[in-house]
Design a protein around this ligand. Structure first.
Ligand code: SIN
Length: 309
């Protein structure tokens, strides 16, 4: 367990060693933030902070560093209004509205990710993905607040894409470095997309716009850490540039499966009021669909990101 109070303490976690980055900042005297890793690959629970409160720049810088060090961070027992969720998230960048999911009437930047107890279809986020990579500038990260979570089930899994890249052979890395791939939202949000038969209780608006395509590098360099991360995902990546979908499928399928190998993952068990904040530039996530008969409602905010390079 890592405790940060009045004096800098080197974090000896695997995450810190692997990233050569540590959350060892001196906190203001009023805060004592602690980062406790939850798995070997990524993820830490942060305690000692109520994110509903206003925070000084030092505290926000600490949280940002924890995000860079652990790729996904969690806060338990938070009590957030939509305004407070927006205020906290805005400390990390501009917020964006989802292209195909309508936000809350008074807070268009917040989408409701909800599945009612009687729904049996595919859940929203129920495939390994990075958020909104159909956009030229996919989100930097997302802040997900667990408003109504099942007593058991409905966990979210995360996968570290630095590790996914690092563990490829040098031959495969050499081949992929410099390759680009096409991403589109047509699978989930196109007129014939999955939203047509799923997510009945969400405000999803399928559209022709989802047929548009963008190109991203297959491996991206994280703009803050400088590390390389594999950057393809099953939801939005459809083919390599200048190749057909059929030609691309075998290698993409290999990469999709490789990207979420168990040793790259962590799994978060939701409790009421928990918050997950992931770095979308180096993390895949997956919402587990194992809670039919129970309601689950989350509020999600996405922070604007930059163009992957
Ligand atoms: C999402 O993919 O943004 C939703 C994740 C979740 O509901 O756990």
């Amino acid at each position: 367990m890592v405790s940060i109070e009045a004096a800098p303490i080197r974090v000896a976690s695997m995450h810190g060693q692997r990233n050569s980055r540590v959350c060892d900042r001196i906190m203001s005297t009023t805060h004592a933030l602690t980062a406790t890793p939850i798995a070997g690959a990524l993820g830490a629970e942060i305690s000692g902070v109520s994110i509903a409160d206003e925070h000084d720049a030092e505290t926000i810088a600490w949280i940002r560093q924890a995000l860079l060090d652990y790729q996904v961070i969690f806060f338990r027992d938070q009590k957030l209004t939509p305004d407070q969720q927006i205020r906290f998230s805005r400390r990390f960048g501009e917020l964006e509205e989802h292209d195909f999911v309508k936000g809350l009437p008074e807070h268009p930047q917040i989408i409701r990710v909800v599945r009612e107890a009687d729904e049996e279809t595919l859940n929203f986020g129920g495939a390994w993905h990075t958020d909104v990579t159909h956009q030229e500038c996919p989100a930097l990260g997302s802040v997900l607040y667990g408003l109504d979570v099942p007593r058991v089930g409905g966990d979210t899994l995360f996968a570290n894409q630095y590790l996914a890249w690092d563990r490829l052979s040098t031959g495969m890395q050499r081949m992929l470095d410099g390759m680009t791939a096409v991403h589109t939202a047509r699978g989930p949000f196109g007129p014939q997309g999955r939203s047509a038969s799923n997510w009945k209780n969400m405000q999803v608006e399928p559209s022709e716009k989802a047929l548009e395509e963008v190109t991203h590098p297959v491996v991206r360099v994280h703009p803050e850490t400088g590390r390389k991360a594999l950057f393809v995902n099953r939801t939005f990546t459809v083919r390599f540039t200048d190749m057909t979908e059929q030609e691309s499928a075998p290698l993409l399928e290999y990469l999709f499966n490789h990207a979420c190998r168990e040793q790259f993952t962590c799994r978060f068990r939701w409790t009421p009021g928990a918050v997950a904040f992931w770095d979308n530039r180096c993390v895949l996530h997956y919402a587990l669909n194992d809670y039919t008969g129970h309601r689950r409602e989350m509020l999600r905010v996405a922070i604007s990101g930059d163009r992957p390079r």
